[in-house]
Design a protein around this ligand. Structure first.
Ligand SMILES: Cc1cc2nc3c(=O)[nH]c(=O)nc-3n(C[C@H](O)[C@H](O)[C@H](O)COP(=O)(O)O)c2cc1C
Length: 505
C-alpha cells in the first residue's frame, strides 16, 4: 500500500546513488512510487496483463513500480518478491542519480538528471571512470548469504517468469552477464537468459555485442569453455551500464558505473573463478559456456512489443555455483511493456555529443515508451539549420528512425505540441529528407534486414523565405497575448489554480 503524502520524506531528500536494488526500491516506496501485491498467478499471465493495463491506464510517467510477493510460475507458487516497471518516470531517475531537489515535475526532473549527468562526462564526452574495489569481507558479502553447489542447484526453483504465452519459457531477463578475457578484459552486458533446465540457462548476446565478440575470439583461439557469471538484481547504476552501450569494447562497464556513481562499485570474487561481481547483488549464477556447443533459444516477446523468432544456435551456460541473498529479489523485464532501464545516461551522452555538432541545439528528447522517434529543438537563425540538425541526429547508427526538428518555442516534452508544430509549420515537399537505407541497430520489426533501415528527417521549424517558406510567418496568438500581458498566465494560475487542480491539472 502506498503511504499517505504526509508520511513521505520531505521533497528534496534523495538517496542515490544506491548500493543495491533494495535500497533504491525502499526509497521509491517511501516516496509512494511502489505498489505491493501479495500474489499473482503468472501461469495465467496475470502479471503481464497487469503491466499492460497499468501503463494503458496511467501512462509511462505516472505508473509506479510494482512488487509481487508471491508468484505462481512454472506450475508452482514461488516466493518473490518479483519487481516490475522500476524506472518509469524522470522523478524515479532523479532518485537513481542522486538529484538533490526532487520535485514531481517531469520536465524539471529531466533537466535535473541531464545536468547531474553532464557533470560526469569528461571534456571529450566520455564517462568518467572509477574502478571497482574489493568488498571488505568477501565471506560476508550480501550476494553470498546462501551458497549452492553442483547438484544442490535448481535454478528453476526461483520465481523467474514466462512473460508471454508464445515465449519459449521462463527467463532471467535483467541479469548482468560478466565475462573476463585476458586479451579484452572484463565485460558486463545484460543479455536475457532462458531457463533451460535445473542447471542450464541460455545466454542470448546478439551478434556484435561485446560478450559475443569475446566468446567468438575465445572460440577462434581454441578455448573450450568460457567462465561466466550472471548477477541478478544489481544496483540501478551498475544495471544501466550493463544494459546500455556506455563503455567501448575493452572498457570495463564497472569502471563507468563507478564514475557515474561517484564512488566505486564494491565487488567480490566468484566462487569458481576470478570474475569480480557486485557484492550487493541479489544473486550470482556462476558457470561455464561451452564454446563449441549451442542450444536453440526463444521465441521471445521483444523490445518493440513483437514476438521475435527462435534463434536456432545460441550460447548456453552450465551452472556450477549459485550464491544469493536470503529471499532474493527478482527483477523482471516485461519486455516491450514496462520501463526497465534508466534512460538518463544514454540521453545525456547523446545530447552532449549533438551539442558539439549542433551549437544551437536547445533540446533533445525521445519520449519514454517510444523507440526510434526523436524530437530535436533548435534556436534557428539561418536557412538550412533545421535540416542540418536533423541529418546529424538521423546519422546515429543505433537508432533515430524518425527525426523531427522544431523551433525553440515548441515544448518537446508534450508530443501534442510537436504534432501541432508539424501541422502548422511543416511543408512536406520542401522540408523532408528520406534516407533510403542506412544503419540502424535496434530491432525494429518493420526493417527488411537486420542492421538496415530507411530514416526520415522532418524539419518542422518555421521555414525561412530562402528555404521556400512564406515571406513572414504568421505570429502565434498565445505569444502575442503573453507579450502584451506578461503577468496574465501567472495571475490566472493564482486565481483559478484550484479549479485546474480539481480536474487533475
Ligand atoms: C532488460 C534488457 C534486456 C536486454 N536483453 C538483451 C539480449 O537478450 N540480448 C542482447 O544482445 N542485448 C540485450 N539488451 C541490450 C544490451 O544489454 C545492451 O546492448 C548492452 O550494451 C550490451 O552490453 P555490451 O555493450 O557489453 O555488449 C538488453 C537490455 C535490457 C535493458
Amino acid at each position: 500500500m502506498s503511504p499517505a503524502a504526509s508520511q513521505l520524506p520531505a521533497a528534496g531528500s534523495a538517496g542515490g546513488p544506491y548500493d543495491s536494488v533494495r535500497d533504491f526500491l525502499n526509497d521509491l516506496e517511501a516516496r509512494g512510487r511502489v505498489e505491493r501485491i501479495p500474489e499473482m498467478d503468472q501461469d495465467a499471465f496475470e502479471m503481464t496483463a497487469f503491466a499492460y493495463r497499468l501503463l494503458d491506464r496511467l501512462g509511462y510517467e505516472k505508473a509506479p513500480a510494482f512488487v509481487v510477493e508471491r508468484v505462481k510460475t512454472g506450475g508452482q507458487w514461488r516466493e518473490g518478491p518479483v519487481l516490475g516497471n522500476q524506472f518509469g518516470s524522470w522523478v524515479d531517475e532523479a532518485l537513481v542519480f542522486g538529484v538533490q531537489n526532487i520535485s514531481e515535475d517531469q520536465e524539471e526532473m529531466y533537466w535535473a538528471v541531464m545536468n547531474e549527468l553532464f557533470g560526469r562526462l569528461d571534456s571529450g564526452g566520455r564517462w568518467q571512470h572509477i574502478p571497482p574495489v574489493e568488498f571488505s569481507n568477501a565471506a560476508d558479502a550480501p550476494c553470498k548469504q546462501v551458497r549452492l553447489k553442483g547438484d544442490e542447484i535448481d535454478i528453476e526453483q526461483f520465481a523467474w517468469l514466462q512473460n508471454n504465452p508464445a515465449d519459449a519459457g521462463r527467463y532471467i531477463n535483467m541479469g548482468a552477464v560478466f565475462v573476463d578475457d585476458p586479451e579484452f578484459g572484463s565485460n558486463v552486458g545484460t543479455y536475457r537468459c532462458q531457463v533451460q533446465g535445473p542447471r542450464q540457462i541460455g545466454v542470448n548476446m546478439g551478434p556484435g555485442q561485446h560478450a559475443w565478440r569475446i566468446l567468438n575470439s575465445m572460440r577462434k583461439r581454441g578455448d573450450k569453455v568460457a567462465r561466466c557469471a550472471v548477477a541478478v538484481g544489481v544496483d540501478p547504476i551498475t544495471f544501466v551500464t550493463s544494459s546500455t552501450k556506455m563503455a567501448d569494447f575493452g572498457v570495463n562497464e564497472l569502471d563507468v558505473a563507478g564514475g557515474l556513481r561517484g564512488k566505486p562499485v564494491e565487488v567480490v570474487r566468484c566462487e569458481t573463478c576470478d570474475i569480480r561481481v557486485p557484492a550487493h547483488a541479489e544473486m550470482i549464477i556462476e558457470g561455464e559456456i561451452p564454446l563449441h556447443e549451442t542450444a536453440p533459444e526463444g521465441p521471445y516477446g521483444e523490445l518493440f512489443g513483437f514476438l521475435g523468432p527462435q534463434v536456432p544456435e545460441n550460447f548456453f551456460m552450465n551452472l556450477k555455483v549459485v550464491t544469493h541473498r536470503e529471499k532474493p529479489w527478482i527483477q523482471n523485464s516485461f519486455t516491450g511493456i514496462t520501463l526497465d532501464m534508466p534512460k538518463g545516461p544514454q540521453t545525456a551522452a547523446e545530447f552532449n555529443r549533438y551539442k558539439q555538432l549542433i551549437p544551437n541545439l536547445t533540446g533533445f528528447y525521445t519520449h519514454k515508451g517510444t523507440i526510434g522517434i526523436v524530437f530535436v529543438r533548435i534556436n534557428k537563425r539561418f536557412p538550412g539549420e533545421g535540416m542540418a540538425a536533423g541529418q546529424q541526429v538521423s546519422a546515429n547508427p543505433g537508432q533515430n528512425k524518425v527525426v523531427i526538428v522544431v523551433d525553440d518555442d515548441v515544448n518537446i516534452f508534450n508530443p501534442v505540441k510537436v504534432l501541432h508544430a508539424i501541422g502548422a509549420r511543416w511543408q512536406p515537399g520542401d522540408a523532408t529528407l528520406i534516407v533510403p537505407q542506412t544503419q540502424m541497430l535496434v530491432p525494429d520489426p518493420s526493417k527488411p534486414q537486420t542492421f538496415l533501415s530507411s530514416k526520415i528527417v522532418i524539419d518542422a521549424t518555421r521555414q525561412l523565405p530562402a528555404e521556400g517558406g512564406p515571406k513572414t510567418f504568421a505570429p502565434v496568438s498565445r505569444q502575442l497575448l503573453a507579450e502584451s500581458f506578461p503577468e496574465l498566465f501567472g495571475q490566472t494560475d493564482a486565481k483559478w489554480g484550484d479549479i485546474f487542480a480539481k480536474w487533475g491539472g
